[in-house]
Design a protein around this ligand. Structure first.
Ligand code: ADP
Ligand code: MG
Length: 266
């Protein structure tokens, strides 16, 4: 098909603090597709996720990222979110006094907020009405088989690994992104968290959404089945294939693939 892909990453070079981390990453993701980006620690996976969301520290020195045919490089993070890109927050701190429900409501309001009016003034629109919000949250929680009590808890306050993942899935469900990026941090996911991610993804994936699952662990792919698997080593995608590539990696590990690359480029 010659249609424009939803997300098109072209020869992306990214530097952090003057050091080049991504060295020519190219990738295309269409709606309805689940892709896995895998690679050893330090290969640049999180750098890519942060660059997609427009984190200021990550400097694009070459290449482009097109979303629905338009470059997003000049867009601020909130504009990218409004355009339909989603990346789960990592909840670095607990916020006493802010319930998870309030957090979600603020996230939705930010997402639907129109940009500044032509007069340069902030819009007067008040955001999603309380009842509509509650109904939406209830239906999404039911879809994810979540206990409604969780929404009343303070954000990240004593959330277990599995609960953090559930919170992330609910956030994704509520925002209904066109393209979601889940960066699975390298601190190991327990079985509960793995199941939550896979059940959530399986419940939420739809033909209108694309998903990029970033993971160091082959293990996660026993639960979520991507159609496409890419291996990132030293800032470049060195192999792309179907699910069989993840199985191959499980058997041989990244070392073998790195050694193979070293020979090929010597
Ligand atoms: P991965 O997620 O694949 O483990 P990262 O993208 O986190 O890899 O890191 C790749 C390289 O970029 C590492 O050498 C890391 O030290 C560097 N790096 C990433 N983010 C930052 C940052 N915010 N500040 C300094 N160095 C960074
Ligand atoms: Mg990482």
């Amino acid at each position: 098909m010659s249609q424009t892909p939803d997300l098109l990453v072209k020869d992306l070079h990214v530097s952090v603090e003057g050091k080049e981390i991504l060295k020519g990453l190219s990738l295309e993701i269409n709606k309805g597709e689940v892709h896995a980006l895998m690679g050893p620690n330090g290969s640049g996976k999180s750098t890519f996720a942060n660059t997609l969301m427009g984190h200021a520290k990550y400097e694009v020195t070459k290449g482009d990222i097109l979303f629905k045919g338009e470059s997003i490089l000049e867009m601020e993070t909130d504009e990218r979110a409004r355009a339909g890109l989603f990346m789960a927050f990592q909840y670095p701190v607990a916020i006493p006094g802010l319930t998870f429900a309030s957090f979600l409501r603020a996230a939705i309001n930010a997402r639907i907020a129109p940009s500044l009016g032509e007069d340069g003034k902030a819009p007067t629109k008040k955001g999603i009405p309380p009842k509509e919000f509650r109904d939406l949250m209830r239906s999404k929680m039911a879809m994810l088989k979540m206990d409604e009590k969780m929404a009343m808890r303070y954000l990240n306050d004593g959330f277990s690994g599995g609960e953090k993942k559930r919170a992330e899935m609910l956030q994704m469900a509520m925002l209904e992104p066109a393209m979601a990026v889940l960066d699975e941090t390298d601190s190991g996911l327990d079985i509960d968290a793995l199941r939550t991610v896979s059940d959530g993804v399986n419940a939420l994936m739809n033909p209108e959404m694309g998903l990029l699952l970033i993971t160091h662990y082959q293990r996660l792919l026993n639960y979520v089945k991507p159609q496409f698997v890419h291996v990132l080593i030293d800032g470049r995608i060195v192999r792309s294939g179907g699910p069989e590539l993840a199985i191959e990696l499980e058997e041989t590990g990244y070392d073998a693939m790195e050694a193979e690359m070293a020979v090929a480029t010597a």
